[in-house]
Design a binder for this molecule. Structure first.
Ligand code: ARG
Length: 475
């Protein structure tokens, strides 16, 4: 069914119909389309365009169609141009001419953007909730490994020993920033475009504030032309998802590296790894690799919509239909990836002995020598020089810097007394980093407490938002 036949003598050519058709991907908007239409019909009744009796017949039919859609008993056909046409077809089938009355004062232009916004809010909440589960797992693991010592890297070279729990907790920090981006996105975009009509607003539905409130939005739009043109909420959501993708990709890279034979730190669970069809010994970190790989499409989806929008004239242009597939893809990608990745994080175990053994390699305690000297009043640059000479001497002797004897150290500089020995160990180095957010176990315990509190705050926030938007439009 098409919604615009009157001024045409013939229907569109088949090639045009198949180019124009969006039903094969926009059908996921159907439940939102029902909700938005219900709010709209309520508005038409309030403004007297529909009688109470007609409005009630239409609303009952809309709810019934919504139930059939949910049950899978009403399905779109190839004749339906898009989700809006399919739902109108269902209404006309039930109510005859009255089935066409509900589109007074609104256009598919304000309808589609309202549907899409509600869809995105729902799904960004779902992604947020999935992320809280991943954060929870990282924080549990951070606690489990809060006393494990590991090498810390910069430039992928041994830098300073760290607490491995601290290494894991950093992911919770990054993902919590993603959650706050989702929260911020919801509050900025809680604005209803309904009532903007095609572009000029509506003379038949003069109170869009009421439908905005009925749909759960915090406000209604301030300019009808902007309301139907605006896709900032789409590009912002795509950025948030791409950024999550980048975080997951970096997590994936770490687990891939940690599970190599050379590292040998991470032991992946059988259920969260895969084998090889030719090499029987293989246990591959495919989940981590897919996390890394899928970030590409998440970034691509953002750039695809930005490129589509660039230079587009205002109000509605058909180009805007291209906003949906990339967005649906990003949502589906994350909703598939996140549970698998959370499972992998939950079930991966780490060889703490192997990590600890590597922690002092590569002269990673050299900073401790400079710090020791700084504490005894030697300017840091001088201490740095002296420590560098210790490294040189250790290299010459084929040792790591902490393996130099007391005599060898004091021969380099008499200020390197045996008191240095206390801090010249990985455990000592880690324990000394007591700064807020530092790698000592004491600092990490505080960090974990804070992570749990913030994550809990987001769990309740998403629960509240979910029920807020679901409760809207109960007929
Ligand atoms: N399928 C269209 C979209 O996704 C719906 C809006 C169509 N509006 C129009 N004026 N042709 O954007």
């Amino acid at each position: 069914m098409v919604l615009w036949g009157g001024r045409f003598n013939q229907g569109p050519a088949e090639s045009v119909a198949s180019l124009s058709r969006s039903i094969h991907f926009d059908w996921v908007l159907a439940p939102y389309d029902i909700r938005v239409n219900l709010a709209h019909v309520k508005g038409l009744q309030a403004s007297g365009v529909l009688s109470a009796a007609d409005a009630s017949k239409i609303m009952i039919a809309l709810v019934a169609v919504g139930e059939e859609i949910a049950a899978g008993t009403f399905l779109p056909t190839q004749e339906d141009e898009d989700v809006h046409s399919a739902i109108e077809r269902a209404l006309v089938a039930r109510l005859g001419e009255l089935g066409g009355a509900f589109r007074a004062g609104r256009s598919r232009n304000d309808l589609v953007v309202t549907d899409f916004k509600l869809y995105l809010i729902d799904h960004m909440i779902a992604i947020g909730s999935e992320l809280t589960l991943l954060i929870e797992e990282f924080t549990i693991k951070a606690d489990e490994y809060k006393s494990a010592i590991a090498p810390g890297f910069t430039h992928l070279q041994h830098a300073q020993p760290i607490n491995f729990g601290h290494e894991l907790a950093k992911h919770s920090q990054a993902l919590l920033r993603d959650l706050s981006r989702i929260q911020d996105w919801i509050s900025r975009n809680s604005i209803s475009p309904l009532g903007a009509g095609a572009l000029a607003g509506s003379g038949l539905q003069p109170h869009p504030e009421q439908s905005a409130a009925d749909l759960g939005f915090a406000a209604t739009h301030g300019n009808s032309i902007d309301a139907v043109s605006d896709r900032d909420f789409v590009t912002e959501a795509l950025f948030v998802m791409a950024n999550i993708g980048v975080h997951l990709s970096r997590i994936g890279e770490e687990y891939t590296l940690w599970s190599t034979t050379e590292f040998g730190w991470a032991k992946l669970d059988d259920a969260f790894s895969t084998g090889s069809s030719i090499m029987p010994q293989k246990k591959n970190p495919d989940i981590a690799e897919l996390a890394r790989g899928k970030s590409g499409r998440l970034i691509g989806n953002l750039t695809s919509v930005l490129a589509m929008l660039k230079g587009l004239p205002f109000a509605y242009n058909r180009d805007l239909q291209e906003d949906k597939e990339p967005t649906f893809d990003s949502i589906a990608t994350l909703l598939t990836l996140l549970p698998a990745l959370t499972g992998m994080v939950e079930t991966t175990y780490f060889d703490t002995e192997k990590m600890a053994a590597g922690a002092v390699k590569g002269h990673s305690l050299a900073t401790e020598i400079a710090d020791f000297l700084a504490k005894s009043g030697v300017p840091f640059a001088t201490g740095h020089e002296i420590s560098g000479r210790c490294v040189q001497q250790a290299e010459k002797l084929g040792k790591d810097v902490h393996e130099l004897s007391d005599a060898e150290l004091s021969a380099i500089d008499p200020r390197l007394t045996s008191d240095l020995r206390g801090t010249l160990s990985a455990i000592g180095a880690v324990a000394s980093r007591t700064s807020l957010g530092g790698t000592s176990t004491a600092s990490l315990i505080k960090q974990i407490h804070d992570l749990n509190k913030r994550n809990q705050g987001f769990i309740s926030y998403f629960d509240k938002q979910r029920s807020h938007f679901l409760e809207m439009i109960q007929v």
